[in-house]
Design a protein around this ligand. Sequence first.
Ligand code: AMP
Ligand code: MG
Length: 518
Amino acid sequence: MVQFSFDNSFINQLPGYHEVSLRPRQTHGVCWSKIFPTPVSKPTLLAFSSEVANLLNLSDEDVHSEEFLEAFSGNSLLPGMESYATCYGGHQFGSWAGQLGDGRAIGLGEVINSAGERWELQLKGAGPTPYSRRGDGRAVLRSSLREFLCSEAMHHLGIPTTRALSLITTGEPVIRDMLYDGNSKAEPGAVICRVAPSFTRFGHFEIYAARGEYDLLQQLVNFTISRDFPNITGSQTEILANWFREVCERSARLVVEWLRVGFVHGVLNTDNMSILGLTIDFGPYGWMDNFDPNWTPNTTDAEFHRYCLGKQPKVVRWNLERLAEALARVAPSKSILEDGLVHFDETLQNTITTMLSAKFGFLKWQDEDVDLVNLVFELMTKAEVDMTEFFRRLADIKQHSPNLEILRSAFYQPDIYESHRAFFGNWLQRYSTRLSMQEDTDGSRRLRMNLVNPRFVLRNYLAQQAIDAATLGDTSVIEKLMEAARNPYSDNHSSDLIAKRPEWAINKPGCSMLSCSS
Ligand code: AMP
Ligand code: MG
């Protein structure tokens, strides 16, 4: 028997529309609207995360039950579940977009697990809501599978993220124009269940500020601080300042973690920014193969590269500024918000140097390291060097006898390796001199570096292989990738899962370029 204990605080403590209506509309004065998932004809469980099932105190038998399948495909509600879609707005690609909201996400309530933790359940792709605008409320298998896998991979890398419990195909087609080239076709539909302590986004606050609904904004702020930030205390003035500072700090730490592993979110709009500092909304994201700070997997962003790897810190700050503008409507003074942004800058700076020190095996960051690190990043960009492979091989370099050949496997093109030997050789000499300045051994440096430089990342071509197989009904690749994702820092992986991007993947849609069509 699947049994949860619910405490649905978001809908119990915040105002909402109780009448169910699918009419797309602006929902003024409320935080959520009552809505039911739309049933599907032939749900099939493709994959689940045993770790997330554990968090929710679900047994293996529970997950494989008919009840589970019906509930997590959106066909029925379990006792205590209450379904709703929340209202939010957002800045998209630099402009205010007005009301957006859960257009294809449906909350099912907040589970309190046996450890007393709160985990909100949310279906994605379970049908239209008042926030669907012209969308169908559905999601295709390829994007659902990518979100399912990446949520769990991100968690195992130690990076804050929303989680994923289940991936269920609906048996119903969804029409999408994947490449936005006028070729719409039917694709298999899917529903995932996402799990997080809270799905609140920056855009949830922005919408009430934009509408002048300041009481509601204040109510949401109070609710969020008391439910999601119980450690923040102080007087009314201090609380808001401390809370915003904490949001800034978490956001800074999160974006540095993405840089550490070469993750590009792809659509860092304010509606895709979690107030808890979690990675949220996995769409046209990508993992860096050959290192290039200018790279973005999102074809919609191909022209301006607004959300490319290297610009992510700037864009996260920009998003925090938009949040600060919204909060200014209820803040006792603007300066407390400015202080928060300064704290973002300081945290970012400190966290980046700590992260880079760890990646390169330095025991302590020195100011001169900037040049050394920037130089190799420039070289890697020019010479098409695989980021993941490079840092794992760099850990194998012996300080007394640095051997460039060790790095050869990180290069995509043998001729470029040959033509860049001198540059990398010089750099390696400088690196070795730098290492000689610290009390260290090759062995302990290698161990330290391998704890922060993953061996396995969910490269786009790997996720695409899982999609191709799952489309034919074969879930073995999903399972293989889930297994590898559980131990991303281990050396123990089959060679096909840690191989650099193969030639065939360079121009294949889904492998190097992804659209927002999902
Ligand atoms: P995203 O680009 O996925 O972050 O989505 C931006 C907004 O569009 C959110 O409000 C989504 O709920 C909404 N949206 C995206 N796809 C759909 C869809 N197929 N049906 C309804 N709403 C959607
Ligand atoms: Mg989104």
